[in-house]
Design a protein around this ligand. Structure first.
Ligand SMILES: NC(=O)c1ccc[n+]([C@@H]2O[C@H](COP(=O)([O-])OP(=O)(O)OC[C@H]3O[C@@H](n4cnc5c(N)ncnc54)[C@H](O)[C@@H]3O)[C@@H](O)[C@H]2O)c1
Length: 443
């Protein structure tokens, strides 16, 4: 029950009649689609990012994410419903502040909360009574109540009375055409019951919500989802290696198993994990577990297996070249697809990079093609300085091997197999190809 005349009552009223201004901090793969979604639901959005290039592109009505179309951005920025800015003093104008900044790992696989800490400091600087602050970035249980809460209350405002603090994990699946922000339920945990109620009111205006008892429960929900994926992918990756030794097609087996109407969810093997979530998030949990004198063994084992997959791909490539009396050293090898999954332009933590690096270290001349990623920008670990090659029949014929790392829908796999000498397939992209089958090696 809200008390008449309180900050909460005022804020709930604004949310209900959609006059609440939503501030979104961090306009990346998560924040940008979220900003568009809130705008389309009728809210005015102020979008904050440190990256001026992104802000300038949004102001010009352009998108910097391939699967996020420019059209709604152009309409919404021209109409003033979304206001992109690098001016963080505008945070005081936002009634609800949603934080979507990166939460990567350090080199030692420990949580790197530097983005979150600096964002929280900025939010605290402009925090005023009557605001809702929600953390959406993926993180370990305890971040919201142990870290954000003391920082945000340092100026004297009380959470649950003066302002409202919650955690609601982002479940965006980039490029997923079936499920987006409008039909994916939001799990929400609040610091107090009023914080939970206020955050649920906001998200209920744009989707359905799943309230849980605490911010920690909401934080662990996200990590459970992604750890479940990491462990199951590791399981099929391990069974893939065994199936290869046994001469069994694991993809056929997975499809057969998936006909069971209960108790089985298909996961597919691949060249290793990529993206900003699955390779990273479980380590947030494993790190926090140490505080409880607990070793998260499944997480470590899954990490070990998944990290080993690029080595397996290189080993299979070496074996395939050997059949042709060739070595990796001196071979021309094409990486087909560098995005971490099909039909998106996100190459973060792509296993393709680890494969490229290993091949180069062994003396191969490595090139790549990815219609979604025309040039390779430097990453934290690599700087390849390569441009995507054009896949002409002549070019393919000059290569010693092609490794399918990402099976983008645009690829004409039959043509690639036709012109290449060896095709190492990590994705079952060559399923159904009969002509040139002898050139295909599964990895
Ligand atoms: N990408 C996904 O599929 C996905 C899905 C679910 C959850 N998440 C989580 O969401 C969070 C954001 O991920 P993302 O993929 O959108 O990252 P991203 O790198 O695409 O975007 C983050 C944005 O935040 C900006 N930024 C960094 N520091 C900032 C600061 N102090 N103030 C304002 N802006 C700042 C960056 O310039 C960037 O534009 C992470 O915690 C991630 O784990 C990501």
């Amino acid at each position: 029950m809200t008390k008449a005349g309180t900050c909460q009552e005022a804020l709930l009223g604004k949310i209900e009649d959609k006059t609440a201004v939503v501030g979104i901090v961090g306009l990346g793969y998560v924040g940008l689609p979220l900003a568009i979604h809130f705008c389309q639901a009728g809210f005015k959005v102020i979008g904050f990012d440190l990256d001026e290039e992104k802000i300038n592109m949004l102001r010009a009505g352009q998108s910097y994410i391939r699967h996020v179309p420019a059209e709604p951005i152009a309409v919404l920025t021209a109409g003033g419903q979304i206001q992109p800015t690098v001016d963080f003093s505008q945070l005081s104008k936002a009634d609800c502040v949603l934080i979507c900044v990166p939460t990567p790992l350090t080199e030692k696989l420990e949580p790197d909360l530097s983005y979150l800490i600096s964002t929280t400091k900025t939010v605290q600087q402009y925090l005023r009574a009557g605001q809702l602050v929600v953390l959406e970035s993926t993180t370990y249980p305890g971040t919201t109540d142990e870290m954000l809460l003391p920082m945000l209350t340092a100026g004297g405002l009380e959470a649950g009375r003066d302002f409202f603090l919650a955690f609601s994990p982002e479940r965006e699946d980039p490029g997923n055409k079936q499920f987006g922000a409008g039909n994916t339920p939001k799990v929400v945990g609040g610091i107090t019951p009023d914080c939970l109620e206020t955050a649920c009111a906001l998200y209920n205006a744009v989707t359905t919500t799943v309230p849980v008892s605490s911010t920690r429960a909401a934080e662990l929900t996200k990590l459970l989802e992604n750890t479940y994926r990491s462990v199951n992918i590791a399981l099929v990756n391990e069974i893939k290696i065994l199936a290869h030794k046994m001469g069994i097609d694991l993809f056929e087996v997975i499809d057969a198993a998936a006909t069971k109407p209960f108790g089985y969810t298909p996961f597919y093997p691949g060249p290793g994990l990529g993206g900003h979530c699955i390779p990273i998030d479980p380590f947030y949990l494993a790190w926090k577990a140490k505080e409880y004198d607990f070793s998260a063994r499944f997480i470590h084992l899954a990490g070990e297996i998944n990290v080993a997959m690029p080595y397996y791909v290189v080993e299979k490539t070496a074996g395939a070249l050997n059949q042709h009396r060739k070595s990796i050293n001196g071979s021309r090898i094409l990486i087909l697809g560098i995005a971490y999954k099909k039909d998106i332009d996100d190459d973060r933590e792509s296993p393709g990079y680890a494969i490229m690096d290993m091949l180069m270290q062994k003396g191969a001349a490595v090139c790549y093609n990815d219609p979604w990623i025309p040039v390779l920008k430097p990453t934290r670990k690599y700087d390849f300085k390569l441009k995507s090659e054009t896949l002409s029949p002549e070019f393919l014929a000059k290569l010693d091997a092609v490794i399918i790392v990402t099976d983008h829908s645009d690829y004409d796999i039959a043509q690639i197999v036709k012109h290449a000498k060896i095709v190492v397939d990590t994705r079952n992209a060559t399923a159904g190809i009969t002509a040139g089958k002898e050139k295909i090696v599964m990895a």
